[in-house]
Design a protein around this ligand. Structure first.
Ligand SMILES: [Cu+2]
Length: 145
């Protein structure tokens, strides 16, 4: 005896709900917009949006590797190439101190992250002993973009 195979009845056929089907194209459209929008934004500088400014220090010079930077978060990557300890102090256009690193030992590095909001000329100095008077100072211009 052969087993009988019945033809599938109407209730075995997969059914789709019209409602879910009808909504899908709109949802896909919104998703596509969401994916496209961020790609249009301009990318600047580093992965965190910081602008990196390298600074070399030695007896008795202080050298930023770029003279201008857009306003916003700036990361001063300081390397002490000298034999004495140095610091990096940032002074704003109004003459006020904006930020200061600790003393950076000979051969050491330090990243000083600071928000420079106002465009203008900022001074970079070393405040240890008479280093600034001996030449450890420089200027960096912060631009409005
Ligand atoms: Cu110094």
């Amino acid at each position: 005896m052969k087993p009988r195979r019945g033809a599938p009845g109407p209730r075995d056929l997969p059914r789709r709900r019209g409602g879910a089907r009808g909504r899908r194209p709109l949802a896909a459209g919104l998703l596509a917009l969401a994916l496209v929008a961020p790609a249009a934004a301009p990318t600047h500088a580093g992965p965190l949006g910081d602008t990196a400014v390298g600074v070399g220090e030695r007896e008795y010079t202080l050298t930023p590797y770029r003279r201008t930077t857009p306003r916003g978060i700036v990361r001063f990557n300081v390397t002490n190439f000298g034999e004495d300890g140095h610091d990096l102090t940032v002074i704003g256009p109004d003459g006020r101190q904006v930020a200061q690193s600790p003393e950076i030992k000979a051969g050491a590095r330090y990243a000083l992250r600071v928000k420079l909001k106002r465009p203008g000329v900022y001074r970079l100095v070393c405040t240890i002993a008479d280093h600034s008077a001996r030449g450890m100072q420089a200027k960096v211009r912060v631009t409005s973009r």
